[in-house]
Design a protein around this ligand. Structure first.
Ligand SMILES: Cc1ncc(COP(=O)(O)O)c(C=O)c1O
Length: 485
């Protein structure tokens, strides 16, 4: 019996018996239905005769999760007697946050089932998805599948490489790319290094534009290429945002490429990729997006956004493990890239074993290197499938709902929000400023059962689709208590 039936369940449970029994009211994802149809697996509602019910998605049957915030007083952090819970009138700050989404697309019943996939949620409140996603049963099973196969077979490279290919296909589907436009590597740093090593810095077009919102590794990779002639400039952050005019001011025709983040890892500020890509393209530059803080939280369509290259790893919102990342390269760009950072899996035929030939693959695979990250690929494939089953469109709406809820609830408690107070300009992370050592605050919250992530002077509260407004309330209440100590 399954409560949420995914395509993975159909494959693992139904394929041998040809039938799978589900409890009344179980959620059967669209992809699971398609998979069942393809494999000829019958989905049989258990107790259907007794209850007269058929197994169907309950979405819409139950009321969606509503904004359940209780009126709160603004908390004076210097007042040790200040209460946290109160029946006082709503504070005058209500409405400070723009573009709030009033409710989640997930009903409470559906949310219970979605959460059941993540065992740790019964013990602690996981809000550190900007750093590491929570462990799902599906991903755990996938890693175990690899370990079991290895144990049983001794060595099964054909199968393992095939599974890496499936992970690549899954990633391509996630961003509306073709599998031939995707390379698999082990980290975002490696993906960007590979692109950087493929550019020519000897001519006039040697300028690389970054922003002050990049994750440090991006700065490090490009600065390391100054020794080859690259000229690196940073578009400044202004009041926590990067106005389009700043791109217009700094972009010129000597700029070969803009290496920019989609979402700022520190505050969750989200850039308008379409608008930025337009400015860069007008002057003949390429756009390379670091989507590590957005992939898995929202729909990303590289074709619609008109992006040339995009990279992300899998351990955060893609629900995987460390050790794997992907890079998308627009198909008509592939043949221009001759990376110096390379290896045998980047070759047209990796198994030709010709040590004296450098013969790049004709697809994005030319950005790969050595032996692929097999174990992490099993996890990556499972994590991305899980997201596809739930649906990125609904995940995005849920995260936007929690984003607005979190910011307004933090303001209501008198906390200082470092993120832009506009849901439309923000990813999943809400950053709360804390005095002193933020890492200490993170540790204290963890001791209290709330897993968050500290960076600089902020605590990042970064929910995913399995988090609720109750998780946010718990985190903010505990944070308020910790700061008052
Ligand atoms: C936006 C962003 N880019 C890049 C990285 C680092 O990626 P990697 O360790 O895979 O090189 C991180 C890590 O947190 C990140 O948040």
């Amino acid at each position: 019996m399954a409560d949420v039936l995914t395509s993975e369940d159909i494959r693992s449970m139904g394929e041998s018996s040809g039938e799978i029994r589900v409890s009344p009211g179980a959620i059967i994802t669209d992809v699971a239905r398609e998979t069942a149809e393809q494999l000829g697996v019958r989905i049989v509602p258990a107790d259907a005769a007794a209850t007269g019910e058929t197994a169907a998605r309950p979405a819409g049957e139950e009321r969606p999760v509503q904004d359940k915030r209780q009126p709160r007083q603004v908390l004076d952090l210097n007042d040790p007697d200040a209460g946290i819970e109160t029946d006082a009138a709503p504070p005058s700050r209500a409405g400070d946050v723009a573009n709030v989404v009033p409710s989640s697309p997930f009903s409470p019943g559906e949310m219970r089932l979605l959460r059941a996939e993540f065992p740790s949620l019964s013990a602690s409140c996981h809000l550190a998805n900007c750093s590491q996603g929570a462990q799902s049963r599906t991903v755990r099973r996938a890693v175990e599948q690899y370990m079991t196969n290895w144990l049983d077979s001794g060595m099964d490279w054909d199968y393992w490489v095939e599974e890496v290919g499936k992970a690549k296909n899954e990633f391509a589907g996630l961003i509306n790319a073709e599998p031939e436009e995707v390379a698999v590597v082990s980290s975002v740093s490696e993906a960007i290094s590979s692109v950087a090593s493929a550019l020519d810095y000897e001519g006039d077009k040697n300028r690389i534009l970054l922003t002050e919102a990049e994750f440090p590794t991006v700065g490090h990779v490009w600065l390391a290429h100054e020794k080859y002639g690259a000229e690196v400039d940073f578009v400044p952050l202004t009041d926590g945002e990067i106005p389009l005019q700043e791109y217009e001011r700094m972009m010129d025709e000597r700029t070969a490429l803009a290496s920019i983040t989609h979402v700022y890892y520190q505050t969750g500020y989200q850039q308008d990729l379409n608008a930025v890509a337009d400015v860069i393209h007008r002057q003949g530059g390429l756009v390379l997006v670091d989507a590590y803080q957005s992939a898995g939280t929202c729909e990303i369509d590289v074709k619609e956004l008109d992006i040339d290259l995009l990279t992300t790893g899998n351990l955060k919102y893609l629900l995987g493990v460390p050790g794997i990342a992907f890079i998308y390269v627009r198909s008509d760009l592939v043949s221009d890239l001759h990376p110096a950072e390379t290896g045998w899996f980047a070759q047209h035929n990796p198994f030709a074993f010709q040590v004296k030939d450098l013969d790049y693959a004709h697809t994005a695979r030319r950005l790969e290197g050595g032996t692929p990250p097999v174990t992490a690929a099993f996890a990556a494939q499972a994590g991305m499938q899980l997201l596809r089953d739930v649906g990125l469109n609904r995940i995005e709406k849920h995260i936007d709902y929690l984003s607005g809820y979190c910011m307004q609830s933090a303001l209501d408690r008198g906390l200082s929000v470092a993120s832009p107070l506009d849901v439309a300009k923000k990813g999943a992370t809400t950053a709360i400023e804390v005095p002193g050592d933020s890492h200490e605050v993170e540790m204290e919250l963890k001791r209290r059962g709330v897993v968050t992530s500290a960076r600089g002077n902020v605590i990042r509260i970064a929910p995913h689709y399995f988090n609720t407004d109750e998780d946010i309330d718990l985190a903010l209440d505990e944070l308020t208590r910790v700061l008052r100590r």
